[in-house]
Design a protein around this ligand. Structure first.
Ligand code: M6R
Length: 619
Protein backbone atom coordinates (compact mmCIF):
# COMPACT_ATOMS: atom_id res chain seq x y z
CA UNK A 1 0.00 0.00 0.00
CA UNK A 2 1.91 3.00 -1.24
CA UNK A 3 5.65 3.20 -1.61
CA UNK A 4 7.93 5.97 -0.42
CA UNK A 5 11.39 6.83 -1.72
CA UNK A 6 13.69 9.63 -0.64
CA UNK A 7 17.24 10.84 -1.20
CA UNK A 8 19.63 13.51 0.10
CA UNK A 9 23.28 13.61 -0.94
CA UNK A 10 25.54 14.72 -3.79
CA UNK A 11 23.89 12.82 -6.64
CA UNK A 12 20.99 13.96 -8.80
CA UNK A 13 17.91 12.75 -6.92
CA UNK A 14 15.47 12.27 -9.81
CA UNK A 15 16.97 9.08 -11.37
CA UNK A 16 17.29 7.50 -7.91
CA UNK A 17 13.72 8.37 -7.01
CA UNK A 18 12.19 7.19 -10.28
CA UNK A 19 14.07 3.90 -10.20
CA UNK A 20 13.00 3.49 -6.59
CA UNK A 21 9.37 4.11 -7.51
CA UNK A 22 9.57 1.43 -10.21
CA UNK A 23 10.91 -1.00 -7.63
CA UNK A 24 8.13 -0.10 -5.20
CA UNK A 25 5.37 -0.05 -7.80
CA UNK A 26 4.15 -3.46 -6.59
CA UNK A 27 2.93 -1.67 -3.45
CA UNK A 28 0.49 0.55 -5.31
CA UNK A 29 0.22 1.88 -8.81
CA UNK A 30 -2.78 4.12 -9.28
CA UNK A 31 -0.87 7.41 -9.19
CA UNK A 32 2.63 8.65 -8.53
CA UNK A 33 4.47 11.84 -7.71
CA UNK A 34 7.81 13.38 -6.96
CA UNK A 35 9.09 16.48 -5.18
CA UNK A 36 12.55 18.03 -5.58
CA UNK A 37 14.42 21.09 -4.40
CA UNK A 38 16.72 22.38 -7.11
CA UNK A 39 19.97 24.27 -6.64
CA UNK A 40 18.12 27.61 -6.79
CA UNK A 41 15.98 26.54 -3.85
CA UNK A 42 12.76 25.95 -5.79
CA UNK A 43 10.53 23.27 -4.29
CA UNK A 44 8.61 21.55 -7.10
CA UNK A 45 5.95 18.84 -7.03
CA UNK A 46 5.02 16.75 -10.09
CA UNK A 47 2.18 14.24 -9.93
CA UNK A 48 0.16 12.17 -12.32
CA UNK A 49 -2.56 9.55 -12.39
CA UNK A 50 -1.54 6.03 -13.35
CA UNK A 51 1.77 4.26 -13.23
CA UNK A 52 5.26 5.60 -12.63
CA UNK A 53 5.85 5.59 -16.40
CA UNK A 54 3.02 8.16 -16.73
CA UNK A 55 4.79 10.37 -14.18
CA UNK A 56 8.03 10.07 -16.16
CA UNK A 57 6.23 11.21 -19.33
CA UNK A 58 4.56 14.07 -17.53
CA UNK A 59 7.87 15.58 -16.33
CA UNK A 60 9.49 15.57 -19.78
CA UNK A 61 10.91 19.05 -20.43
CA UNK A 62 10.42 20.15 -16.80
CA UNK A 63 13.10 21.05 -14.26
CA UNK A 64 13.89 17.82 -12.45
CA UNK A 65 17.27 18.86 -11.10
CA UNK A 66 18.21 18.74 -7.45
CA UNK A 67 20.09 16.54 -5.04
CA UNK A 68 17.29 16.16 -2.53
CA UNK A 69 13.85 14.72 -3.16
CA UNK A 70 10.96 12.50 -2.10
CA UNK A 71 8.61 10.39 -4.21
CA UNK A 72 5.52 8.23 -3.84
CA UNK A 73 3.55 5.56 -5.65
CA UNK A 74 -0.04 5.34 -4.41
CA UNK A 75 -2.69 2.77 -3.64
CA UNK A 76 -5.70 4.98 -2.98
CA UNK A 77 -7.53 4.89 0.34
CA UNK A 78 -8.99 8.39 0.85
CA UNK A 79 -9.98 10.07 -2.39
CA UNK A 80 -10.09 8.65 -5.89
CA UNK A 81 -6.87 7.98 -7.77
CA UNK A 82 -6.15 11.23 -9.63
CA UNK A 83 -3.32 13.74 -9.83
CA UNK A 84 -4.81 16.01 -7.16
CA UNK A 85 -5.01 13.24 -4.58
CA UNK A 86 -1.60 11.84 -5.55
CA UNK A 87 1.36 12.55 -3.26
CA UNK A 88 3.49 14.59 -2.52
CA UNK A 89 1.15 17.17 -1.03
CA UNK A 90 2.12 20.79 -0.56
CA UNK A 91 1.40 22.72 2.62
CA UNK A 92 -0.68 25.87 2.21
CA UNK A 93 2.35 28.17 1.87
CA UNK A 94 4.08 25.65 -0.41
CA UNK A 95 7.06 25.70 1.93
CA UNK A 96 6.62 21.97 2.70
CA UNK A 97 5.94 18.88 0.61
CA UNK A 98 5.12 15.51 2.14
CA UNK A 99 4.60 11.86 1.13
CA UNK A 100 2.74 9.39 3.32
CA UNK A 101 2.01 5.69 3.53
CA UNK A 102 -0.71 4.69 6.00
CA UNK A 103 -4.04 6.02 7.19
CA UNK A 104 -4.74 8.97 9.47
CA UNK A 105 -7.88 7.85 11.25
CA UNK A 106 -8.76 11.20 12.84
CA UNK A 107 -8.10 13.22 9.69
CA UNK A 108 -11.65 14.57 9.52
CA UNK A 109 -11.55 16.20 12.93
CA UNK A 110 -8.01 17.47 12.33
CA UNK A 111 -9.07 18.93 9.01
CA UNK A 112 -12.09 20.64 10.53
CA UNK A 113 -9.88 22.17 13.23
CA UNK A 114 -7.32 23.37 10.67
CA UNK A 115 -10.06 24.82 8.46
CA UNK A 116 -11.37 26.75 11.47
CA UNK A 117 -7.87 28.21 11.69
CA UNK A 118 -7.98 29.37 8.11
CA UNK A 119 -6.20 26.56 6.31
CA UNK A 120 -7.58 25.50 2.94
CA UNK A 121 -7.32 22.07 1.29
CA UNK A 122 -6.95 20.99 -2.33
CA UNK A 123 -7.43 17.21 -2.07
CA UNK A 124 -9.70 14.66 -0.38
CA UNK A 125 -6.80 12.86 1.25
CA UNK A 126 -5.91 12.27 4.87
CA UNK A 127 -2.29 13.02 3.89
CA UNK A 128 -2.87 16.65 3.08
CA UNK A 129 -4.09 17.07 6.66
CA UNK A 130 -0.68 15.92 7.87
CA UNK A 131 1.34 18.43 5.90
CA UNK A 132 -1.02 21.26 6.83
CA UNK A 133 -0.88 20.25 10.48
CA UNK A 134 2.93 20.29 10.43
CA UNK A 135 2.91 23.75 8.87
CA UNK A 136 0.31 24.94 11.37
CA UNK A 137 2.54 23.71 14.23
CA UNK A 138 5.59 25.47 12.72
CA UNK A 139 3.69 28.73 12.54
CA UNK A 140 1.81 28.59 15.81
CA UNK A 141 4.78 27.38 17.89
CA UNK A 142 7.40 29.29 15.87
CA UNK A 143 9.48 26.12 15.79
CA UNK A 144 11.58 24.25 13.27
CA UNK A 145 10.31 21.46 11.05
CA UNK A 146 11.60 18.67 13.26
CA UNK A 147 9.83 19.98 16.37
CA UNK A 148 6.68 20.68 14.36
CA UNK A 149 6.62 17.09 13.13
CA UNK A 150 6.92 15.86 16.71
CA UNK A 151 4.09 18.12 17.82
CA UNK A 152 1.89 17.24 14.86
CA UNK A 153 2.33 13.49 15.21
CA UNK A 154 1.29 13.63 18.87
CA UNK A 155 -2.14 14.69 17.60
CA UNK A 156 -2.42 11.99 14.98
CA UNK A 157 -4.32 8.71 15.37
CA UNK A 158 -3.45 6.11 12.78
CA UNK A 159 -0.54 4.72 10.83
CA UNK A 160 2.09 6.63 8.96
CA UNK A 161 5.44 6.55 7.27
CA UNK A 162 6.21 10.07 6.10
CA UNK A 163 9.00 12.02 4.46
CA UNK A 164 9.05 15.82 4.27
CA UNK A 165 10.96 18.47 2.35
CA UNK A 166 11.20 22.10 3.46
CA UNK A 167 11.87 24.73 0.82
CA UNK A 168 13.58 27.09 3.25
CA UNK A 169 15.91 24.29 4.47
CA UNK A 170 17.00 22.49 1.30
CA UNK A 171 19.81 20.68 3.08
CA UNK A 172 17.71 18.44 5.29
CA UNK A 173 15.22 15.63 5.00
CA UNK A 174 12.84 14.66 7.81
CA UNK A 175 10.95 11.38 8.11
CA UNK A 176 8.93 9.45 10.70
CA UNK A 177 7.03 6.23 11.09
CA UNK A 178 4.34 4.49 13.09
CA UNK A 179 2.68 1.32 11.87
CA UNK A 180 3.90 1.66 8.25
CA UNK A 181 7.43 0.66 7.30
CA UNK A 182 10.32 3.03 6.59
CA UNK A 183 13.98 2.22 6.08
CA UNK A 184 16.91 4.62 5.94
CA UNK A 185 19.83 3.60 3.73
CA UNK A 186 23.21 5.04 4.67
CA UNK A 187 25.64 5.41 1.76
CA UNK A 188 28.88 7.23 1.10
CA UNK A 189 29.35 9.82 -1.64
CA UNK A 190 32.52 9.87 -3.79
CA UNK A 191 33.74 12.75 -1.61
CA UNK A 192 33.49 10.46 1.42
CA UNK A 193 30.44 12.13 2.97
CA UNK A 194 27.37 10.26 4.08
CA UNK A 195 24.30 10.28 1.85
CA UNK A 196 20.87 9.00 2.84
CA UNK A 197 18.17 7.04 1.07
CA UNK A 198 14.61 6.33 2.20
CA UNK A 199 12.45 3.42 1.17
CA UNK A 200 9.27 1.68 2.25
CA UNK A 201 11.38 -1.43 1.90
CA UNK A 202 14.95 -2.18 0.93
CA UNK A 203 14.33 -2.59 -2.82
CA UNK A 204 14.94 1.06 -3.82
CA UNK A 205 18.04 1.23 -1.60
CA UNK A 206 20.02 -1.96 -2.24
CA UNK A 207 21.50 -0.71 -5.53
CA UNK A 208 23.34 2.04 -3.62
CA UNK A 209 24.07 0.68 -0.17
CA UNK A 210 23.49 -2.41 1.95
CA UNK A 211 23.73 -0.45 5.22
CA UNK A 212 20.29 0.35 6.55
CA UNK A 213 18.44 1.46 9.65
CA UNK A 214 14.92 0.22 10.31
CA UNK A 215 13.03 3.09 11.86
CA UNK A 216 10.91 2.04 14.84
CA UNK A 217 7.37 3.14 15.61
CA UNK A 218 7.04 6.74 16.76
CA UNK A 219 10.59 7.62 15.73
CA UNK A 220 11.46 10.75 13.79
CA UNK A 221 14.70 11.12 11.86
CA UNK A 222 16.49 14.11 10.42
CA UNK A 223 19.25 13.73 7.84
CA UNK A 224 21.36 16.47 6.31
CA UNK A 225 24.10 16.97 3.77
CA UNK A 226 26.85 17.11 6.37
CA UNK A 227 26.14 13.43 7.06
CA UNK A 228 24.21 14.08 10.27
CA UNK A 229 21.50 11.61 11.18
CA UNK A 230 19.54 12.14 14.38
CA UNK A 231 16.69 10.00 15.54
CA UNK A 232 14.38 10.76 18.46
CA UNK A 233 11.00 9.53 19.57
CA UNK A 234 7.89 11.70 19.78
CA UNK A 235 8.94 12.83 23.26
CA UNK A 236 12.28 14.04 21.88
CA UNK A 237 14.32 11.30 23.56
CA UNK A 238 17.38 10.53 21.46
CA UNK A 239 17.46 7.01 19.97
CA UNK A 240 20.57 5.06 19.00
CA UNK A 241 20.26 3.89 15.39
CA UNK A 242 21.16 0.24 14.70
CA UNK A 243 22.94 -0.19 11.38
CA UNK A 244 21.97 -3.49 9.71
CA UNK A 245 23.61 -5.10 6.65
CA UNK A 246 21.04 -6.15 4.05
CA UNK A 247 21.23 -9.70 2.71
CA UNK A 248 19.78 -9.04 -0.74
CA UNK A 249 21.18 -8.73 -4.21
CA UNK A 250 20.03 -6.74 -7.19
CA UNK A 251 19.41 -9.79 -9.43
CA UNK A 252 16.61 -10.80 -7.11
CA UNK A 253 14.80 -7.60 -8.04
CA UNK A 254 15.03 -8.10 -11.81
CA UNK A 255 12.87 -10.29 -14.04
CA UNK A 256 15.93 -12.24 -15.15
CA UNK A 257 14.64 -12.90 -18.69
CA UNK A 258 11.11 -13.85 -17.66
CA UNK A 259 8.22 -11.77 -19.01
CA UNK A 260 6.77 -11.30 -15.53
CA UNK A 261 7.92 -11.51 -11.93
CA UNK A 262 5.12 -13.97 -11.22
CA UNK A 263 6.42 -16.49 -13.77
CA UNK A 264 9.97 -16.01 -12.52
CA UNK A 265 8.83 -16.56 -8.95
CA UNK A 266 6.86 -19.70 -9.88
CA UNK A 267 9.97 -21.18 -11.52
CA UNK A 268 12.20 -20.07 -8.66
CA UNK A 269 10.32 -22.22 -6.17
CA UNK A 270 12.62 -25.26 -6.13
CA UNK A 271 15.70 -23.11 -5.50
CA UNK A 272 13.85 -20.88 -3.04
CA UNK A 273 12.68 -23.84 -0.97
CA UNK A 274 16.17 -25.36 -1.01
CA UNK A 275 17.42 -22.12 0.54
CA UNK A 276 14.57 -22.16 3.04
CA UNK A 277 15.42 -25.63 4.37
CA UNK A 278 19.22 -25.22 4.19
CA UNK A 279 20.76 -25.67 7.63
CA UNK A 280 17.36 -26.47 9.07
CA UNK A 281 16.71 -29.93 7.67
CA UNK A 282 19.49 -32.44 8.15
CA UNK A 283 18.95 -35.69 6.25
CA UNK A 284 22.20 -37.22 7.44
CA UNK A 285 21.31 -36.96 11.13
CA UNK A 286 17.57 -37.05 10.36
CA UNK A 287 17.10 -33.84 12.28
CA UNK A 288 15.24 -30.55 12.13
CA UNK A 289 16.84 -27.46 13.65
CA UNK A 290 14.85 -24.29 14.10
CA UNK A 291 16.48 -21.84 16.47
CA UNK A 292 13.10 -20.26 17.26
CA UNK A 293 11.97 -23.60 18.73
CA UNK A 294 15.29 -24.63 20.29
CA UNK A 295 15.65 -21.28 22.10
CA UNK A 296 12.08 -21.34 23.40
CA UNK A 297 11.63 -25.07 23.91
CA UNK A 298 9.86 -24.63 27.27
CA UNK A 299 7.16 -22.46 25.68
CA UNK A 300 6.41 -25.14 23.09
CA UNK A 301 6.48 -27.96 25.64
CA UNK A 302 3.86 -26.33 27.81
CA UNK A 303 1.82 -24.84 24.98
CA UNK A 304 -1.76 -26.13 25.00
CA UNK A 305 -2.96 -24.39 21.87
CA UNK A 306 -1.54 -22.61 18.84
CA UNK A 307 -3.41 -19.80 17.10
CA UNK A 308 -2.22 -18.81 13.63
CA UNK A 309 -3.21 -15.36 12.35
CA UNK A 310 -2.84 -14.48 8.69
CA UNK A 311 -4.56 -13.01 5.63
CA UNK A 312 -5.07 -14.10 2.01
CA UNK A 313 -2.61 -16.62 0.69
CA UNK A 314 -0.81 -16.70 4.02
CA UNK A 315 -4.10 -17.80 5.62
CA UNK A 316 -4.20 -20.71 3.18
CA UNK A 317 -0.69 -21.83 4.07
CA UNK A 318 -1.61 -21.45 7.74
CA UNK A 319 -4.49 -23.89 7.22
CA UNK A 320 -2.07 -26.47 5.80
CA UNK A 321 0.18 -25.75 8.79
CA UNK A 322 -2.73 -26.44 11.13
CA UNK A 323 -3.40 -29.86 9.58
CA UNK A 324 0.27 -30.78 9.81
CA UNK A 325 0.97 -29.48 13.33
CA UNK A 326 -2.17 -31.11 14.72
CA UNK A 327 -1.21 -34.42 13.09
CA UNK A 328 2.47 -34.30 14.04
CA UNK A 329 2.40 -32.55 17.42
CA UNK A 330 -1.07 -33.31 18.78
CA UNK A 331 -1.55 -29.65 19.71
CA UNK A 332 -4.86 -28.04 18.75
CA UNK A 333 -4.32 -25.28 16.19
CA UNK A 334 -6.79 -22.55 15.29
CA UNK A 335 -6.36 -20.56 12.11
CA UNK A 336 -7.78 -17.07 12.22
CA UNK A 337 -8.31 -14.33 9.67
CA UNK A 338 -6.28 -11.62 11.37
CA UNK A 339 -8.90 -9.03 10.43
CA UNK A 340 -11.60 -10.96 12.34
CA UNK A 341 -9.42 -12.00 15.26
CA UNK A 342 -8.35 -8.46 16.11
CA UNK A 343 -11.91 -7.22 16.55
CA UNK A 344 -13.73 -10.07 18.21
CA UNK A 345 -12.46 -10.31 21.78
CA UNK A 346 -10.80 -13.68 21.24
CA UNK A 347 -10.00 -15.93 24.17
CA UNK A 348 -6.21 -15.99 24.50
CA UNK A 349 -4.92 -18.20 27.29
CA UNK A 350 -1.58 -17.89 29.12
CA UNK A 351 0.00 -20.94 27.47
CA UNK A 352 -1.16 -20.12 23.95
CA UNK A 353 1.37 -19.51 21.22
CA UNK A 354 0.25 -17.11 18.50
CA UNK A 355 1.93 -17.49 15.13
CA UNK A 356 1.73 -14.71 12.54
CA UNK A 357 2.25 -15.82 8.94
CA UNK A 358 2.97 -12.98 6.53
CA UNK A 359 5.13 -12.69 3.44
CA UNK A 360 5.57 -8.93 3.76
CA UNK A 361 5.57 -8.84 7.53
CA UNK A 362 3.67 -5.56 7.18
CA UNK A 363 0.01 -6.63 6.77
CA UNK A 364 -1.85 -4.22 9.05
CA UNK A 365 -4.47 -6.71 10.25
CA UNK A 366 -1.90 -9.39 11.06
CA UNK A 367 0.24 -6.87 12.89
CA UNK A 368 -2.74 -5.65 14.92
CA UNK A 369 -3.77 -9.25 15.69
CA UNK A 370 -0.40 -10.08 17.22
CA UNK A 371 -0.32 -6.80 19.11
CA UNK A 372 -3.64 -7.80 20.67
CA UNK A 373 -2.27 -11.26 21.48
CA UNK A 374 0.81 -9.66 23.04
CA UNK A 375 -1.41 -7.55 25.30
CA UNK A 376 -2.98 -10.82 26.49
CA UNK A 377 0.45 -12.22 27.32
CA UNK A 378 0.71 -14.73 24.46
CA UNK A 379 4.08 -15.87 23.16
CA UNK A 380 4.43 -14.64 19.57
CA UNK A 381 6.14 -16.47 16.70
CA UNK A 382 6.58 -14.79 13.31
CA UNK A 383 6.85 -16.54 9.95
CA UNK A 384 7.78 -13.74 7.55
CA UNK A 385 9.74 -13.37 4.36
CA UNK A 386 10.80 -9.73 4.56
CA UNK A 387 13.71 -9.41 6.94
CA UNK A 388 13.37 -6.67 9.54
CA UNK A 389 9.66 -6.25 8.77
CA UNK A 390 7.25 -4.96 11.42
CA UNK A 391 5.79 -8.39 12.23
CA UNK A 392 9.24 -9.98 12.39
CA UNK A 393 10.24 -7.32 14.89
CA UNK A 394 7.02 -7.39 16.90
CA UNK A 395 7.18 -11.14 17.58
CA UNK A 396 9.28 -12.79 20.30
CA UNK A 397 10.98 -15.12 17.85
CA UNK A 398 10.32 -16.72 14.51
CA UNK A 399 11.57 -18.16 11.27
CA UNK A 400 12.29 -16.28 8.06
CA UNK A 401 11.28 -17.94 4.80
CA UNK A 402 14.47 -16.90 2.96
CA UNK A 403 12.76 -17.37 -0.42
CA UNK A 404 14.03 -14.00 -1.71
CA UNK A 405 11.99 -10.90 -2.52
CA UNK A 406 8.54 -11.65 -3.95
CA UNK A 407 7.60 -8.83 -6.32
CA UNK A 408 4.55 -10.20 -8.20
CA UNK A 409 1.40 -9.20 -6.34
CA UNK A 410 0.13 -12.79 -6.58
CA UNK A 411 1.96 -14.76 -3.94
CA UNK A 412 3.60 -17.95 -5.24
CA UNK A 413 7.02 -18.80 -3.81
CA UNK A 414 6.08 -17.24 -0.49
CA UNK A 415 3.11 -19.64 -0.28
CA UNK A 416 5.21 -22.76 -0.78
CA UNK A 417 7.93 -21.24 1.43
CA UNK A 418 5.37 -20.74 4.19
CA UNK A 419 4.08 -24.30 3.82
CA UNK A 420 7.54 -25.84 4.04
CA UNK A 421 8.41 -23.58 7.00
CA UNK A 422 5.24 -24.65 8.82
CA UNK A 423 6.18 -28.29 8.10
CA UNK A 424 9.65 -27.65 9.57
CA UNK A 425 8.01 -26.01 12.56
CA UNK A 426 5.67 -28.98 13.04
CA UNK A 427 8.58 -31.42 12.85
CA UNK A 428 10.71 -29.32 15.23
CA UNK A 429 7.90 -29.19 17.82
CA UNK A 430 7.15 -32.90 17.33
CA UNK A 431 10.81 -33.65 18.00
CA UNK A 432 10.71 -31.74 21.30
CA UNK A 433 7.38 -33.20 22.35
CA UNK A 434 8.25 -36.69 21.06
CA UNK A 435 4.87 -36.99 19.40
CA UNK A 436 6.09 -38.80 16.27
CA UNK A 437 7.62 -42.27 16.20
CA UNK A 438 11.31 -42.04 15.17
CA UNK A 439 10.76 -44.06 12.04
CA UNK A 440 7.99 -41.78 10.77
CA UNK A 441 9.97 -38.67 11.76
CA UNK A 442 12.91 -39.88 9.65
CA UNK A 443 10.67 -40.70 6.69
CA UNK A 444 9.16 -37.20 6.84
CA UNK A 445 12.60 -35.55 7.04
CA UNK A 446 13.78 -37.51 3.99
CA UNK A 447 10.64 -36.78 2.04
CA UNK A 448 10.62 -33.07 2.87
CA UNK A 449 14.19 -32.82 1.61
CA UNK A 450 13.04 -34.15 -1.77
CA UNK A 451 10.25 -31.63 -2.23
CA UNK A 452 12.35 -29.03 -4.14
CA UNK A 453 13.43 -31.68 -6.69
CA UNK A 454 9.85 -32.84 -7.04
CA UNK A 455 8.75 -29.25 -7.59
CA UNK A 456 11.31 -28.98 -10.38
CA UNK A 457 9.91 -32.16 -11.94
CA UNK A 458 6.39 -30.73 -11.70
CA UNK A 459 7.43 -27.52 -13.45
CA UNK A 460 9.19 -29.38 -16.23
CA UNK A 461 6.43 -31.90 -16.83
CA UNK A 462 3.51 -29.48 -17.08
CA UNK A 463 4.90 -27.23 -19.76
CA UNK A 464 1.85 -27.24 -22.05
CA UNK A 465 -0.38 -25.43 -19.54
CA UNK A 466 0.06 -22.26 -21.60
CA UNK A 467 -1.76 -23.77 -24.59
CA UNK A 468 -4.38 -25.48 -22.47
CA UNK A 469 -5.11 -22.26 -20.54
CA UNK A 470 -6.28 -20.48 -23.68
CA UNK A 471 -9.45 -22.60 -23.65
CA UNK A 472 -10.59 -20.62 -20.60
CA UNK A 473 -10.03 -17.07 -21.81
CA UNK A 474 -13.77 -16.36 -21.93
CA UNK A 475 -14.79 -18.51 -19.02
CA UNK A 476 -16.84 -16.74 -16.32
CA UNK A 477 -16.55 -19.13 -13.37
CA UNK A 478 -14.34 -21.87 -11.98
CA UNK A 479 -14.67 -24.26 -9.06
CA UNK A 480 -11.65 -25.73 -7.24
CA UNK A 481 -12.07 -28.81 -5.06
CA UNK A 482 -9.77 -30.61 -2.65
CA UNK A 483 -9.98 -32.59 0.55
CA UNK A 484 -7.80 -32.70 3.65
CA UNK A 485 -4.43 -31.08 3.00
CA UNK A 486 -5.62 -30.15 -0.47
CA UNK A 487 -8.67 -28.18 0.54
CA UNK A 488 -6.44 -25.11 1.27
CA UNK A 489 -4.78 -25.74 -2.11
CA UNK A 490 -8.23 -25.47 -3.73
CA UNK A 491 -8.73 -22.13 -1.94
CA UNK A 492 -5.32 -20.95 -3.07
CA UNK A 493 -5.87 -22.06 -6.70
CA UNK A 494 -9.16 -20.14 -6.78
CA UNK A 495 -7.59 -17.02 -5.22
CA UNK A 496 -4.74 -17.05 -7.75
CA UNK A 497 -7.20 -17.21 -10.66
CA UNK A 498 -9.47 -14.48 -9.24
CA UNK A 499 -6.78 -11.98 -8.42
CA UNK A 500 -4.91 -11.96 -11.71
CA UNK A 501 -7.47 -12.98 -14.36
CA UNK A 502 -10.58 -11.46 -12.67
CA UNK A 503 -12.51 -14.69 -13.34
CA UNK A 504 -14.81 -15.64 -10.50
CA UNK A 505 -13.57 -18.80 -8.76
CA UNK A 506 -14.56 -20.67 -5.62
CA UNK A 507 -12.51 -23.15 -3.62
CA UNK A 508 -14.44 -25.81 -1.69
CA UNK A 509 -13.83 -28.92 0.35
CA UNK A 510 -14.91 -31.49 -2.25
CA UNK A 511 -17.48 -33.21 -0.03
CA UNK A 512 -19.27 -29.91 0.63
CA UNK A 513 -20.33 -29.79 -3.03
CA UNK A 514 -23.47 -31.72 -2.46
CA UNK A 515 -24.59 -29.27 0.22
CA UNK A 516 -25.21 -26.53 -2.31
CA UNK A 517 -22.54 -25.65 -4.87
CA UNK A 518 -23.26 -28.73 -6.99
CA UNK A 519 -26.25 -26.75 -8.29
CA UNK A 520 -23.75 -24.60 -10.20
CA UNK A 521 -22.35 -27.49 -12.22
CA UNK A 522 -23.19 -27.70 -15.92
CA UNK A 523 -21.21 -28.17 -19.14
CA UNK A 524 -19.95 -24.57 -18.87
CA UNK A 525 -18.31 -25.04 -15.48
CA UNK A 526 -14.64 -26.05 -15.27
CA UNK A 527 -13.96 -27.89 -12.01
CA UNK A 528 -10.35 -28.22 -10.90
CA UNK A 529 -9.99 -31.23 -8.61
CA UNK A 530 -6.85 -31.93 -6.61
CA UNK A 531 -6.88 -35.71 -6.54
CA UNK A 532 -3.53 -37.18 -5.52
CA UNK A 533 -3.18 -40.90 -4.93
CA UNK A 534 -2.95 -40.49 -1.13
CA UNK A 535 -5.28 -38.94 1.40
CA UNK A 536 -8.92 -39.52 0.59
CA UNK A 537 -8.36 -40.83 -2.91
CA UNK A 538 -11.45 -43.05 -3.16
CA UNK A 539 -13.64 -40.30 -1.78
CA UNK A 540 -12.40 -37.73 -4.23
CA UNK A 541 -12.92 -40.19 -7.09
CA UNK A 542 -16.61 -40.35 -6.12
CA UNK A 543 -16.75 -36.54 -5.98
CA UNK A 544 -15.39 -36.48 -9.53
CA UNK A 545 -18.12 -38.95 -10.59
CA UNK A 546 -20.75 -36.65 -9.12
CA UNK A 547 -19.47 -33.71 -11.16
CA UNK A 548 -19.08 -35.74 -14.34
CA UNK A 549 -22.63 -36.96 -14.16
CA UNK A 550 -23.69 -33.30 -14.14
CA UNK A 551 -21.54 -32.65 -17.22
CA UNK A 552 -18.94 -30.49 -15.44
CA UNK A 553 -15.51 -30.27 -17.10
CA UNK A 554 -12.88 -31.97 -14.95
CA UNK A 555 -9.35 -30.61 -14.74
CA UNK A 556 -7.46 -32.78 -12.28
CA UNK A 557 -4.15 -32.70 -10.47
CA UNK A 558 -3.12 -36.35 -10.31
CA UNK A 559 -0.21 -38.41 -9.06
CA UNK A 560 2.15 -39.62 -11.78
CA UNK A 561 0.91 -43.03 -12.99
CA UNK A 562 -2.70 -42.60 -11.87
CA UNK A 563 -4.60 -43.53 -15.03
CA UNK A 564 -7.96 -43.85 -13.27
CA UNK A 565 -8.51 -40.19 -12.47
CA UNK A 566 -6.69 -39.20 -15.64
CA UNK A 567 -9.19 -41.13 -17.73
CA UNK A 568 -12.08 -39.56 -15.89
CA UNK A 569 -10.74 -36.05 -16.53
CA UNK A 570 -10.94 -33.72 -19.49
CA UNK A 571 -7.40 -32.62 -18.68
CA UNK A 572 -4.84 -33.57 -16.06
CA UNK A 573 -1.77 -31.99 -14.47
CA UNK A 574 0.71 -34.53 -13.16
CA UNK A 575 2.70 -34.33 -9.94
CA UNK A 576 5.19 -36.82 -8.49
CA UNK A 577 4.19 -39.01 -5.59
CA UNK A 578 4.87 -37.73 -2.08
CA UNK A 579 3.46 -37.96 1.46
CA UNK A 580 -0.10 -36.71 1.74
CA UNK A 581 0.97 -33.81 3.99
CA UNK A 582 3.51 -32.50 1.45
CA UNK A 583 1.28 -32.72 -1.65
CA UNK A 584 0.18 -29.01 -1.39
CA UNK A 585 3.67 -27.79 -2.32
CA UNK A 586 3.50 -29.78 -5.56
CA UNK A 587 -0.21 -29.55 -6.37
CA UNK A 588 -0.26 -25.76 -6.18
CA UNK A 589 2.33 -25.40 -8.96
CA UNK A 590 0.10 -26.32 -11.92
CA UNK A 591 -2.63 -24.15 -10.40
CA UNK A 592 -0.27 -21.17 -10.22
CA UNK A 593 0.71 -21.77 -13.86
CA UNK A 594 -2.92 -22.19 -14.91
CA UNK A 595 -3.92 -18.86 -13.37
CA UNK A 596 -0.86 -17.17 -14.85
CA UNK A 597 -1.55 -18.38 -18.40
CA UNK A 598 -5.31 -17.76 -18.24
CA UNK A 599 -4.55 -14.18 -17.13
CA UNK A 600 -2.02 -13.79 -19.96
CA UNK A 601 -4.55 -15.07 -22.50
CA UNK A 602 -6.95 -12.37 -21.23
CA UNK A 603 -4.26 -9.71 -21.57
CA UNK A 604 -4.16 -8.93 -17.86
CA UNK A 605 -1.30 -7.27 -16.02
CA UNK A 606 -0.37 -10.28 -13.91
CA UNK A 607 2.27 -8.57 -11.79
CA UNK A 608 0.08 -5.60 -10.94
CA UNK A 609 -3.56 -6.70 -11.02
CA UNK A 610 -6.22 -4.03 -10.68
CA UNK A 611 -7.20 -2.75 -7.22
CA UNK A 612 -4.53 -4.82 -5.47
CA UNK A 613 -1.24 -4.04 -3.79
CA UNK A 614 1.40 -6.41 -2.59
CA UNK A 615 1.59 -5.29 0.95
CA UNK A 616 -1.69 -4.37 2.65
CA UNK A 617 -0.57 -1.89 5.28
CA UNK A 618 -4.07 -0.48 5.81
CA UNK A 619 -6.99 -2.35 7.31
O1 M6R B 1 2.21 -10.12 3.16
P1 M6R B 1 1.14 -11.05 3.63
O2 M6R B 1 1.50 -12.49 3.45
O3 M6R B 1 0.69 -10.77 5.03
O4 M6R B 1 -0.09 -10.74 2.69
C1 M6R B 1 -1.33 -11.33 2.88
C2 M6R B 1 -2.21 -11.17 1.67
O5 M6R B 1 -2.44 -9.82 1.42
C3 M6R B 1 -1.61 -11.81 0.42
O6 M6R B 1 -1.30 -13.15 0.64
C4 M6R B 1 -2.58 -11.70 -0.76
O7 M6R B 1 -3.71 -12.48 -0.53
C5 M6R B 1 -1.88 -12.10 -2.06
N1 M6R B 1 -2.10 -11.11 -3.07
C6 M6R B 1 -2.35 -13.37 -2.62
O8 M6R B 1 -1.69 -13.72 -3.79
Amino acid sequence: MCGIVGYIGDQEAYPILIKGLHRLEYRGYDSAGISLINNQGTLSVYKSKGKVSALEKSVEGKDISGTIGIAHTRWATHGEPNATNAHPHFSQSKNLSLVHNGIIENYKSLRAELEKNGMTFCSETDTEVLVQLVEYMMNSHRCDLYTAVQLALKNVVGAYAIAILEKSHPDQLVCARKGSPLIIGVGTTPSGRKEFYLGSDATPIIEYTNQVIYLNDEEIAIMDRTGRLDITNLSNVKQTPQLVTLQMNLDQLEKGGYPHFMLKEIWEQPAALRTCIRGRLNVVDKDVLLSGIIDHKDKFLKCRRIIICACGTSWHSALIGKYFIEEACKIPVEVEYASEFRYRNPVILPDDIVIAVSQSGETADTLAAIQLAKEHGAFLYGICNVIGSSIARATHTGTYLHVGPEIGVASTKAFTGQVITLCLLGLAIAKEKKTLPDELFHILVDELQQIPDKMQWTLENNKDIDKFAQMFTYCKNFIYLGRGYNYPVALEGALKLKEISYIHAEGYPAAEMKHGPIALIDEEMPVVVIAPKHGMYEKIVSNIQEIKSRKGKIISVVTQGDEVVRNMSDYSFIIPDTRDCFVPMLAVIPLQLLSYYVAISKGRNVDQPRNLAKSVTVE
